[in-house]
Design a protein around this ligand. Sequence first.
Ligand code: FNR
Length: 183
Amino acid sequence: SNHSIAVLVGSLRADSSNKKLARAIERLAPKDVSFQYADIGALPLYNQDDEQPLPEPVADFKALVNAAHGVLFVTPEYNRSIPGVLKNAIDWGSRPYGKSSWAGRPSAVIGTSPGATGTAMAQQHLRNILAGQGSPTLTTPEAFLQFKEDLIDDQHAFTNAGTRDFVQGWLNRYLEWVRKLSA
Ligand code: FNR
């Protein structure tokens, strides 16, 4: 059966390595799984005064997530945590109170950075946030990818077979998780 995955990329820049990673993961997905990319750069800064009614970009964002079977976070690490733009999106998604878009929705976290720790600390912070929202997050395998310019080619393919197989195995486990929890 068909499954849709909402994808949140934690970097807004055009040449983002995490955007490239998201596209490379999408390429590994089976045909019956569709990736829907959320435009978190279109969201205003969270302000509780603006919750009623929700601004249009926020309503669109929540609709995209609410229609998905699972949510995939592909994010860089900024100053040992997740970027503010991603936290802003998560905060909007958690509102209004009692209407969290994350609750019960199976999630996974992955990311890449040029440093050897490959977003490990940002991922740990993100897991904590998602636990508080009641989103069941894939625990293992974990995936910390050190970014090198030739990690992913212009066709969004991993250039290294070992890396590709590792990410394929990770994705398969996540999609099993989504199928189980959205059944
Ligand atoms: C970084 N970077 C970074 N890298 C890391 O591994 N740990 C960190 O704590 C930080 N902190 C950090 C803060 C800020 C404000 C910036 C702009 C960058 C480097 C970061 O991993 C690198 O710029 C990535 O290329 C960002 O991801 P995208 O934009 O390529 O997806």
